[in-house]
Design a protein around this ligand. Structure first.
Ligand SMILES: *[C@@H]1O[C@H](CO)[C@@H](O)[C@H](O)[C@H]1NC(C)=O
Length: 345
């Protein structure tokens, strides 16, 4: 290549160079050296590009290759949590369609938990489920049908599903980090019938503006044995709360403003936190206030309710002492984004 390039140098004069990369080296090093150097630069660029493309293949996703022998799996299931995984995807009303729903690999749930059944509820499946499992509770079905906001519907449905069947409910934007059979510490396997994770902990400081209590339980992931009474109280509470709000604002359930804090509180984590804590206090009256759970380091059992510290379900959060930059070994699931429908509805 015998072309030249002109370049204005610091002394204000124009100089000719054979190649741009030869500029620095031409006095002291040979042209061959400069060419080799260019070759190395190109190689690095090509390798980086290939590396980038490879991330879309399975090579870099070990969870997609997760496998375990069936024998081993069967032998390991000792906890009371049913071998069932539930997720919910309800259609978004057209007017709310502003953000896509975030998915984080539902298949990882199946692959990491052989022996578990997996159900992704849509509206019809949910209605059929409520009809067959709660035939005498028409109000459950009616409330579910009347609600229009998919976030509120999904909140409400998860408690009834876990009551009737047990298992693990998890939002679609979560990723499992450990097989469900390893969630409950061995010592608690024959006792724990409800597993809840802390999602917020003020750690003794001021309570964050989006929170009501110094400690809040997540309801994006819940594990349970069938028929835990906390879910009865929670379901009743949702129905009561929603109807009170629709009366207060003289609207139908379908029209109550689901952006409203009060509405989110009726079915979401605040109501869940209060209901679970009530259940904990029934079994562990020595607990005075929910802030007694603050700063928890190890999974702790209260009666038959197992509470996981922040990193159980809530690693990667920018608060609450959560491990932010890496996934710690005690992480059971990670939550990847806030439910998109909650914000825009
Ligand atoms: C459910 O609510 C009832 C009535 O408020 C209460 O007596 C009971 O202890 C609650 N059960 C649990 C598990 O919290």
């Amino acid at each position: 290549m015998d072309w030249t390039r002109m370049r204005l140098e610091e002394d204000g004069r124009w100089y000719a160079y054979k190649d741009w990369y030869a500029r620095k080296w031409s006095d002291t090093k040979s042209w061959a050296y400069a060419r080799r150097r260019a070759l190395v630069i190109w190689l690095v660029i090509v390798l980086l590009l290939l590396g980038y493309l490879f991330q879309f293949t399975t090579v870099f996703h070990p969870s997609r290759l997760y496998s375990i022998s069936y024998q081993e799996q069967v032998a390991r299931h000792n906890s009371l949590v049913s071998q069932k995984i539930w997720q919910i995807l309800l259609p978004m009303p057209k007017k709310l369609k502003s953000k896509p729903v975030a998915f984080a690999e539902p298949s990882a749930w199946m692959q990491m938990n052989p022996g578990y059944t997996y159900t992704l509820f849509g509206t019809e499946g949910a209605v059929a489920f409520l009809q067959s499992r709660f035939p005498r509770r028409q109000d459950y079905l009616e409330t579910f049908n009347e609600l229009r906001n998919p976030g509120l519907k999904s909140d409400f449905l998860r408690y009834m599903v876990l009551y009737a069947e047990g298992g693990v409910y998890s939002d679609l934007d979560t990723r499992p980090e450990k097989p469900i059979d390893e969630w409950v510490p061995t010592d608690y396997e024959t006792v724990a019938r409800l597993v809840v994770g802390i999602e917020y902990d003020s750690l003794g400081g001021d309570i964050g503006k989006d929170y009501t209590y110094p400690v809040q339980f997540a309801q994006w992931t819940i594990a349970a044995a069938p028929e835990h009474s906390v879910f009865v109280n929670m379901t009743e509470r949702c129905i009561r709360g929603l109807h009170e709000l629709s009366e207060k604002y003289s609207t139908s359930l379908g029209e109550i403003n689901s952006k409203d804090d009060e509405v989110l509180k009726a079915t979401g984590p605040v109501a869940w936190t209060e209901t679970v804590f009530e259940g904990i206090q029934v079994q562990a009256p020595e607990l005075q206030s929910i802030s007694d759970l603050s700063g928890m380091k190890e999974p702790t059992l209260y009666g038959d309710i197992l509470v996981l510290p922040i990193n159980g379900f809530g690693s990667g959060l920018p608060h609450s002492g959560s491990a932010r930059w890496f996934t710690p070994k005690e992480a059971l699931t990670t939550h990847h984004s806030e439910s998109s429908w909650r914000i825009n509805s």
